[in-house]
Design a protein around this ligand. Structure first.
Ligand code: GCW
Length: 669
């Protein structure tokens, strides 16, 4: 059935005109590694699927090459320099008769095979190739917020795919399918369990389960990591404290790390959420984030492991603007984190909103390895029922200029380590994977998993090119399909911004579930968990003043960035109400008063979803009925709920400002 299980690796026969000459593939060397046999197997599978024609005896061939075949490398003068441990080259030689896919390691060859097949899948010519590619980011990780009871925090695609109960004995074939899909986009690590972690995950039975997964993932170049609960020494170590400077606590973590590495020799390391949203952490003992992170780093360091320490911290006891708290807590410790620590920073300062300006920590910690955390699962963008391709959102953040070392100091260059010369680089994505047959909850949410991997490999890649590749691989390379489909995808996130939170508004989603509109929610025990905290609407105006006159969150950015955000004549209106509180009749660039502009954007969002539906209907001839129908049903839900968002938000703001609807705008029912 066309249920989406095959993701972007369907390998259906290409249209005749795109097939080219069939190719001969050699046999894997008898002494080859499991990874190398996977590479050969994948190539065979891809070629057989995409081009079922029989190759003739003198057909062109493909050869996979590692440094052990030094004669081939010498014969074709292949330069392996700069490919590192994961890069590859693909080159056609012998007047087109032979294509070599070469790398310094077997996993590099596997990546090269996937690249070669991608070219075929997208209808590109493979007659004359000269490709070189190496990842710009070293740790390209999925973060699973999967609990040990198989529920998934913020997961919208079924249960966790980790069947903890049956592990380690039963290895669901799905684990290998998962690893293969990740390898196809260059993901090389997975944090198995939720950052809101349970100490149980570090006990012997769970270490054995993690080890079983690691064994399955290893040939695909994927390492296993675990989220660690900071208070584990108390809960599973029998200690009275988890103080990171206490010798017994340090000994606990060292012994624990040794135990894990015995079971998983290539264990990647720990991810930690500490002193955030009620999680335990070093501050419980008057210690710092650096004290906590460095203690763990010392435990895994001798084994080659790392610690990813999250900067997503805020507390309602802290009266300061929530957007400022991460920076305030981390910036003072720049230079104090161990070399094998990476501080993991969300793309924006609040929380995975449909749009946020880049996090002010990027560019502000030149002496601390900083990594990016994106959220693939769409907690704030309509879960898996709304179609929102996140490529443009991530691209927008990565391309943003921090100005921290002059013009061109983009977030991408912070994350790939070039700007500050980081020793370790990281891009993490909170996974959207679950037990649903289509893995991600919807067909189009697969594109977000896919795009994350591609951007982690190359943070400067184009979201649009990635969308085209994905659409071609997942449906058909026919340009009459990929053009409109990619255009629909590219506009989809902006539509969500429009109907949910236009012009810099944020966090107006229904309380705790974060699905539908909830700009009105007031009261409750925590000021920062209510929407009014964020929009600050009253009779006179709307928006959060983060300029020097307000919370001065702008002061956390480099002067040039701060000056742009602060200046009403310079700021991009997409961020307007994130930084400014303005009167309802403030004149926007369209010439319309703010209120009219806001309403027009809400309505535009709804209209755009209508256009997406029309586009999708017109693409029916190119898509199997099963997946076409499923997407169409989801789009109908989205259209209805976009209207709900627009109507509820407009009606709510009217109840505050008492203003009539702008001319031509339909009233909420
Ligand atoms: O986005 C928020 C979520 C929480 C999550 C937290 C975090 C894992 O609402 O569910 O907890 O952020 O990132 O730690």
């Amino acid at each position: 059935a066309e249920d989406g299980y095959d993701l972007w690796l369907r390998y259906k026969p290409l249209p005749e005109a795109m097939r080219g000459e069939p190719r001969i593939v050699g046999q894997p060397p008898a002494s080859g590694s499991p990874t190398l046999s996977l590479a050969y197997g994948e190539l065979r599978r891809g070629l057989d699927g995409l081009n079922p024609d029989e190759p003739g005896l003198d057909a062109p061939s493909i050869r996979l090459v590692t440094p052990s075949q030094s004669d081939t490398i010498a014969a074709f003068k292949l330069s392996m320099e700069g490919l590192g441990g994961e890069g590859y080259l693909i080159r056609t030689v012998q007047g087109g008769r032979l294509t070599v896919i070469a790398a310094n390691t077997d996993v590099g060859v596997l990546y090269g095979v996937f690249h070669y097949l991608r070219l075929m899948q997208t209808g590109a010519s493979v007659e004359r190739l000269d490709v070189r590619s190496a990842p710009k980011v070293r740790y390209r990780l999925l973060n699973h917020w999967d609990n040990l009871d198989r529920s998934v925090e913020r997961g919208y695609s079924g249960q966790s795919i980790w069947d903890w109960w049956r592990l380690p004995d039963v290895k669901d074939p799905r684990y290998a399918d998962y690893a293969r899909a990740n390898a196809s986009i260059g993901i090389n690590g997975a944090v198995l369990n939720n950052v809101n972690a349970k100490s149980d995950s570090l006990t012997a039975p769970y270490i054995a389960k993690a080890a079983a997964l690691a064994d399955t993932f290893r040939p695909y170049g994927i390492k296993v990591y675990l989220s660690a609960r900071f208070s584990s020494p108390i809960e599973i170590g029998g200690l009275k404290t988890a103080d990171p400077l206490d010798p017994a606590v340090r000994a606990f973590w060292k012994t624990k790390a040794d135990e894990i590495y015995k079971a998983i020799p290539d264990f990647g390391g720990f991810l930690v959420k500490a002193n955030s949203e009620g999680q335990p952490g070093p501050q419980d003992y008057g210690r710092t984030h650096a004290d906590g992170a460095n203690m763990l780093a010392q435990a895994v360091g001798p084994h080659g492991g790392i610690v990813m320490w999250r900067a997503f911290v805020y507390s309602h006891e802290q009266p300061d603007d929530r957007a400022k708290q991460g920076y305030s807590e981390f910036k003072p410790f720049d230079g104090e984190f161990a070399e094998n620590v990476i501080v993991q920073v969300k793309n924006g300062a609040i929380d995975f909103q449909p749009r946020e300006p880049f996090h002010p920590l990027f560019g502000a910690m030149p002496k601390t390895n900083l990594g990016m955390e994106f959220q693939i699962t769409k907690e704030y963008l309509g879960f898996s029922t709304h179609l929102a391709y996140l490529g443009p959102m991530w691209e927008e953040v990565l391309k943003a200029d921090t100005f921290s070392a002059g013009r061109g100091s983009t977030v991408a260059r912070v994350v790939d380590g070039k700007l500050h010369g980081y020793s370790r680089t990281l891009m993490a994505g909170v996974a959207n994977i679950g037990t649903d047959r289509n893995w991600s909850g919807s067909q189009f949410d697969q594109a977000n998993w896919y795009a994350f991997g591609r951007l982690a490999w190359d943070p400067e890649a184009s979201a649009e090119a990635i969308a085209r590749d994905w659409a071609a691989m997942t449906f058909t390379p026919d340009k009459r399909f990929t053009g409109p489909a990619a255009a629909m995808m590219m506009g989809s996130r902006e539509a969500v911004v429009d109907y949910m939170t236009p012009m810099g508004l944020h966090h107006l989603m229904g309380r705790s579930h974060h699905y539908g509109p909830g700009p009105w929610v007031a009261g409750g025990e925590r000021a920062d968990w209510t929407s009014v905290y964020y929009h600050k609407a009253d009779k006179a105006g709307i928006g959060f003043d983060r300029t020097a006159k307000g919370s001065d969150a702008v002061g956390q950015y480099a002067p040039l960035a701060a000056a742009t955000f602060s200046d009403l004549s310079k700021i991009d209106e997409k961020d307007l109400l994130w930084f400014h509180h303005l009167s309802w009749d403030y004149r926007t660039r369209s010439g319309r008063p703010l209120w009219d502009e806001l309403v027009s954007r809400y309505s535009r969002g709804v209209r755009r979803v209508g256009e997406m539906r029309a586009t999708w209907t017109s693409l029916a001839p190119y898509v199997d009925p099963e997946r076409h129908g499923e997407v169409a049903t989801y789009l109908a839900i989205q259209r209805r709920e976009a209207q709900w968002w627009r109507d509820a938000s407009v009606a709510y703001f009217q109840s505050i400002n008492g203003l009539p609807l702008p001319k031509g705008e339909a009233p909420p029912p």
